[in-house]
Design a protein around this ligand. Structure first.
Ligand code: NI
Length: 253
């Protein structure tokens, strides 16, 4: 069975097929997935979805895109959301200097604040970082107690070494299957088997041969197949090991 560590099936693109899709996951080899919140509302919705289906876990947090309007009151709400039994991570949180949808100073402030909250309540984090690796690493170094996942990893081997050294897991998504994925390929070769994870980031970033289509957790198998080739492992071993790693990082019994 496969564990998709990062997906957004509450996206409106799934409005007419969500239940059908979710009930078909198990027969398509997906044994679990984590529905990821990106602001307070979507975090609440992620929890609601996780209450409806056993194979869904939830993450609650505020994405860098949505940090401009944040207040300390939101952190209180987030703290209570994170105490829900199905919430396995605080996230996605991080920095995005590619889109700059929120001011960079606000992105940094609330990334730092949410990491402090994760340390305080002892919950893993899931991190989004795009075109902001140096600042991401600086902030993570200031939060040595925080642990978790670098989602849809797109950085260099050198940065991966630092992040692994800080205790993070590296999660691979659709881009690993793209033809021009030379850096991702080097990273995948380098990451130890006990720190690698797979995800889809549905509905975004569908892997080859579904590139350009709406992504679903079912396609996480394509990421697993590519990872198996790169690591010279069997598909079954990649499924088993990444499933165990996901349970470990998310602290699922
Ligand atoms: Ni995401």
């Amino acid at each position: 069975m496969l564990f998709d560590t990062h997906a957004h099936l509450n996206d409106e693109r799934f409005d007419n097929l969500r239940d059908e899709l979710i009930t078909s996951l198990a027969e398509n080899g997906v044994g679990a997935y984590c529905e990821i919140g990106y602001d307070i509302e979507s975090s609440k919705k992620a929890i609601e979805l996780s209450e409806k289906y056993d194979l869904i876990y939830a993450a609650a947090g505020v994405h860098p895109h949505d940090t401009d309007p944040l207040t300390e009151k939101d952190m209180e709400t987030l703290k209570s959301l994170c105490s829900h039994k199905n919430v396995v991570a605080l996230g996605e949180i991080g920095l995005d200097y590619y889109y700059d949808n929120s001011k960079r100073e606000n992105q940094r402030k609330w990334f730092d604040r949410q990491l402090s909250l994760a340390e305080e309540i002892d919950i893993p984090v899931t991190i989004h970082t795009r075109d902001a690796m140096a600042d991401t690493i600086d902030i993570l170094k200031a939060h040595k107690e925080a642990k978790g996942i670098i989602h849809c990893y797109s950085g260099s081997v050198e940065s991966a070494k630092i992040l692994l050294g800080l205790g993070y897991y590296i999660s691979f998504a659709g881009p690993l299957t793209f033809k021009n994925a030379s850096t991702a390929l080097e990273v995948a070769k380098y990451v130890p088997k006990d720190r690698m994870l797979i995800e889809t980031d549905s509905p975004y970033l569908a892997p080859v041969p579904y590139r350009g289509k709406t992504n679903t957790p079912i396609y996480v198998a394509e990421v697993a197949k590519r990872l198996a080739e790169i690591k010279e492992m069997t598909f079954d071993d990649v499924c088993r090991i990444t499933f165990e790693n996901a349970k470990k990082v998310y602290r699922i019994a």
